[in-house]
Design a protein around this ligand. Structure first.
Ligand SMILES: [Zn+2]
Length: 261
């Protein structure tokens, strides 16, 4: 008989999330801690001599007179979405086993589709950075075709499909990416970009399937999210780490995001 797998204790769960971050004031306090763990610092001149303007939820820099808030210069800035919804969205995306589509996000958070789409992509963009070190040791590499079926074409038809490639380090992390073709040069570049120089790369067909992807649109962003989730499957602080990345990530304007997607 197999031993039961020990239940994994995550730092965050839904009742805790609602209790701890049910309103924007609590969310803002947490973001402030994560953005400035050593105390509030002026984003313009880095002075630590700051006055808090409680009634406007703002800070005044005593040195350069710059006025800012916790969200200033972060992706939480100029969003009309309450912070508590951001927190919920981050929780849902880091917890969801199969990923979260913009449509699901729209329904779950009762927000409009554009906002949901924007939110999903911004969270994914920040997730991308959490595991950036190179793979090493024994790495298995494989590619797969992603996309819908085309009527009248045989199973082997690949014309409308995108190609996703993955590299997984044994007992370790994974890297997923969209590639334009499967030429030797492309594969070598992918391996070169994602593995340490002393890696022994093995090609195999044993890669885990790319769970539930049927839409080649925005595949890159989707793979980023899967990669992030896989790499953090044992990280009990995944919620906090994602939040920290988000509050410290550079702003990504909507136009740029749509262009890149
Ligand atoms: Zn200043």
């Amino acid at each position: 008989m197999k031993k039961p797998i020990k239940a994994f204790k995550a730092e965050m769960n839904l009742p805790k999330l609602i209790e701890q971050f049910g309103d924007d004031e609590k969310c803002r306090a947490r973001l402030t801690e994560l953005r400035w763990p050593k105390g509030v610092t002026c984003p313009r001149c880095e002075s630590k001599s700051i006055s808090r303007v409680i009634e406007r939820d703002q800070y005044d820099c005593n040195k350069c007179r710059y006025q800012f808030s916790t969200a200033s210069g972060t992706i939480f800035h100029d969003t009309h979405l309450p912070l508590s919804k951001w927190f919920l969205a981050i929780y849902l995306m880091t917890e969801s086993k199969k990923g979260m589509s913009a449509l699901q996000m729209k329904r779950t958070l009762a927000i409009c589709y554009d906002t949901a789409w924007y939110l999903c992509h911004r969270i994914r963009a920040a997730m991308r950075e959490i595991n950036s070190e190179l793979l090493r040791g024994i790495v298995e590499v494989d590619e797969t075709y992603v996309g819908g079926k085309t009527r009248g074409m045989g199973r082997g038809y690949r014309g409308n499909k995108a190609i996703a490639i993955g590299a997984v380090q044994r007992q370790g992390k994974i890297r997923l990416q969209v590639i334009p073709n499967v030429t030797k040069a492309t594969l070598h570049k992918f391996i070169h970009d994602n593995t340490a120089p002393d890696t022994e790369a093995i090609y195999t067909d044993e890669m885990p399937a790319y769970w539930g992807i049927d839409d080649a649109k925005h595949l890159d962003a989707y793979l980023d999210e899967l990669e992030h989730r896989f790499n953090n499957r044992k990280n009990e602080y995944i919620f906090r780490d994602t939040l920290t990345k988000l509050v410290n990530a550079a702003k990504l304007p909507y136009a740029e995001l749509t262009k890149a997607a």
